[in-house]
Design a protein around this ligand. Structure first.
Ligand code: ADP
Length: 397
């Protein structure tokens, strides 16, 4: 069974074709600059990379180009589109409407469109991706896999903000959480690696990338997470501020003469480690040899400190922790930040292994706590596309 996984953004579309008999990636790629001049498809298959520069005025044309590439004699991996058993789509926001993945029908699409008001940068593009696929492959089942669904198990006292209850009810203002497929995947992998039933584990998963979130997973269920109503909440990220006192918004508007949308754009795109360093949103730039000092180092240290605070908070929330997991671009690659977060948590039962942390191997699970450590610390490569493919296989059967 072959499954196509689609992650559609407003001007981009990432895809992977996965063979579910062995969960291997047969082909993958990226369409960029959809509906902008200079559209380009980069397609990787059979160990080679192919670049197609053709106009993509909309997502439907982009999907057609992807399918053409997948079946083409030069760079294809399948004989015909009929080999694609189902398509799994990443959809960012399910609000309280879906608590797990669903097979797409007209009703589901309508709800995803309605929820665009909660994720205006993501859901409209995700829906566009689904509709484009439906037009080109009308008989192939489509599945929607939501970023928020894994967090639907949070208890009400964890997802409610300290605002009027009627505003939660009327306007759906609450914590939703994001990166759900990643937190679900790595917590499952952690249990497998340790040979334990996930129901018996308290796990804190740290998805640290350009966007970052930390989740408390108790018995396999998300019970709290650092991102909130939007992905702006939580730790300072590449360009997002993370938590600030909401009063800062009005104060900034007064001081800088900015509108509310200008301030929101600032908090989303100009803050976080970019804002503190006033240099780069990319952790590699901040930590490169010879420049890891001054405001660059301050930005990285502020980031790690805030991650550590969530680890402490979630250990308290779960009355303990058995495993701490690091994943995503920063979590999988950077020993300094992992050390700053978990190297000094002896009180919690973490016996951190500095050598194992420095000598970890990329792309596989590494244990970076000492064998005697009560709390295990693991580096686990995430795989959100595989979660989408597995969910799609489960529902499209
Ligand atoms: P996204 O949220 O865009 O999916 P990723 O999970 O790909 O982000 O993470 C991107 C971040 O990971 C960037 O800030 C990048 O600098 C960082 N990163 C990638 N590789 C390394 C590395 N070897 N060392 C430190 N940081 C890294």
């Amino acid at each position: 069974m072959k499954i196509l996984v689609i992650n559609a953004g407003s001007s981009s579309l990432k895809y992977q074709l996965i063979d579910m008999t062995n969960e291997s990636v047969i082909a993958k790629g990226l369409c960029e600059r959809i509906a902008i001049s200079g559209s380009v498809l980069t397609h990787k298959a059979n160990g080679k990379e192919f670049v197609f520069k053709n106009d993509m005025p909309n997502h439907k044309v982009a999907i057609k180009m992807v399918l053409d590439a997948l079946v083409s004699p030069e760079c294809g991996v399948i004989k015909s589109m009929d080999e694609i058993a189902a398509v799994g789509h990443r959809v960012v926001h399910s609000a309280e409407d879906f608590t797990s993945s669903v097979l797409v029908n007209d009703e589901v699409l309508k709800i995803c469109e309605k929820n665009s008001e909660l994720a205006p940068l993501h859901n409209p593009a995700n829906v566009m991706g689904i509709k484009a696929c439906q037009e080109v492959m009308p008989n192939t089942p489509m599945v929607a896999v939501f970023d928020t669904a894994f967090h639907s198990t949070m208890p009400d006292y964890a997802y409610l903000y300290g605002i009027k209850y009627s505003d939660y009810k009327n306007y759906r203002i609450r914590r939703y959480g994001f990166h759900g497929t990643s937190h679900m995947f790595v917590s499952g992998e952690a249990a497998k690696y340790l040979g334990k039933d996930i129901k018996d584990l308290k796990i804190i998963t740290c998805h640290l990338g350009n966007g970052s979130s930390i989740t408390a997973v108790d018995g396999g269920k998300s019970v709290d997470t650092s991102m909130g109503f939007t992905p702006l909440e939580g730790v300072p990220m590449g360009t997002r501020s993370g938590n600030i006192d909401p009063a800062v918004i009005e104060y900034l508007m007064q001081k800088k003469g900015q509108t509310i949308s200008e301030v929101m754009n600032y908090l989303n795109k100009e803050c976080g480690v970019l804002g503190i360093s006033e240099n780069s949103s990319d952790f590699r730039d901040l930590m490169a040899e010879g420049v890891f000092n001054g405001k660059n180092k301050l930005a990285v240290d502020a980031f790690a400190y805030n991650v550590k605070k969530y680890v402490g908070a979630y250990a308290a929330a779960m009355n303990g922790v058995d495993v701490i997991v690091f994943t995503a671009g920063v979590g999988e690659n950077d020993p300094y930040i992992r050390g700053a977060v978990a190297g000094n948590l002896q009180y919690m039962g973490v016996d951190f292994d500095d050598e194992a942390n420095k000598n970890f191997k990329r792309g596989i699970i590494s244990e970076i706590s000492k064998p005697s450590s009560k709390v295990k610390v693991l580096v686990i490569p995430t795989n959100e596309e595989l979660v989408i493919a597995r969910e799609t296989k489960r529902l499209a059967k």
